[in-house]
Design a protein around this ligand. Structure first.
Ligand code: IYR
Length: 230
């Protein structure tokens, strides 16, 4: 037996000055009020207009998403932006097949009961109607330039944060989206021909709501139910 190689030396942490300017509190308060009012109107939209949306808007929202913090700064995400109608048709077909099985037999009664107030079903028009479809994939590991694998850390949490950034950015820009999770999502790996380390994480149609779009008549918990100050 040969002794194991000694570990490579630790890379140094290279630091740079933080770009941060304090703002006056009146400005901070005005921003927070505006943001709260804007975000209050965000809803998950299930029926989309087919009207086009300029690519640069989607790109700007993706820049925001890709600025999210991530475990060990691995940035363990890929955003596949699908516009191609044929690819979209195949994605919808495969998703609806899974959803039919989900709603007909796979979902336990308790889950269906939880979904009932949302009025969801196995028809996924948003997959073909919205002008853009963002498929977010989580990197289960990082492929190094030499092809070797290195571990990622908190990749699910990291992707969740990036998805939140994306949803907030799209809404503030005036676009609608829906965090859609067809289950299982393996068919996306195949249709989009993604490598093994990229696991489908979330599907986000992006566009304008259909003129007759409706949303469930449900409310958010008030802050005093979700926040504990100590
Ligand atoms: N994936 C199914 C079911 C579904 C699950 C949850 I959790 C939702 O919040 C909404 C739907 C579907 O997309 O219909």
């Amino acid at each position: 037996m040969t002794p194991a190689d000694p570990p490579a030396p630790m890379p140094p942490a290279v630091m740079r000055p933080l770009d941060f300017r304090r703002q006056d509190e009146a400005t901070m308060l005005a921003t927070s009020t505006h943001l709260r009012e804007v975000m209050r109107t965000r809803r998950s939209v299930r029926s989309f207009a087919t009207d086009p949306v300029p690519r640069e808007l989607v790109e700007a929202a993706l820049e925001v998403a890709a600025s999210a913090p991530s475990g060990a700064h691995r940035q363990p995400w890929t955003f596949v932006v699908v516009a191609d109608p044929e690819e979209r048709r195949r994605i919808r077909e495969a998703a609806e097949e899974e959803e039919r099985a989900f709603y007909a037999d796979r979902a336990p009664e308790e889950w269906l009961r939880a979904l009932a107030p949302l009025g969801t079903d196995d028809v996924k028009t948003h997959l073909t109607d919205a002008p853009w479809l963002i498929v977010m994939l989580r990197h289960r590991w990082t492929v190094q330039p030499d092809g070797s694998r290195s571990k990622n850390y908190y990749s699910s949490e990291s992707c969740g944060i990036a998805a939140g950034f994306l949803i907030a950015a799209l809404h503030q820009m005036g676009l609608a989206t829906l965090p859609h999770t067809p289950s299982p999502m393996g068919f996306l790996t195949e249709i989009l021909q993604r490598p093994e380390h990229e696991q489908p994480y979330l599907v986000l149609p992006v566009g304008y709501p259909a003129p007759d779009a409706v949303v469930p008549d449900i409310d958010r918990k008030p802050l005093d139910e979700v926040v504990v100050w100590r």
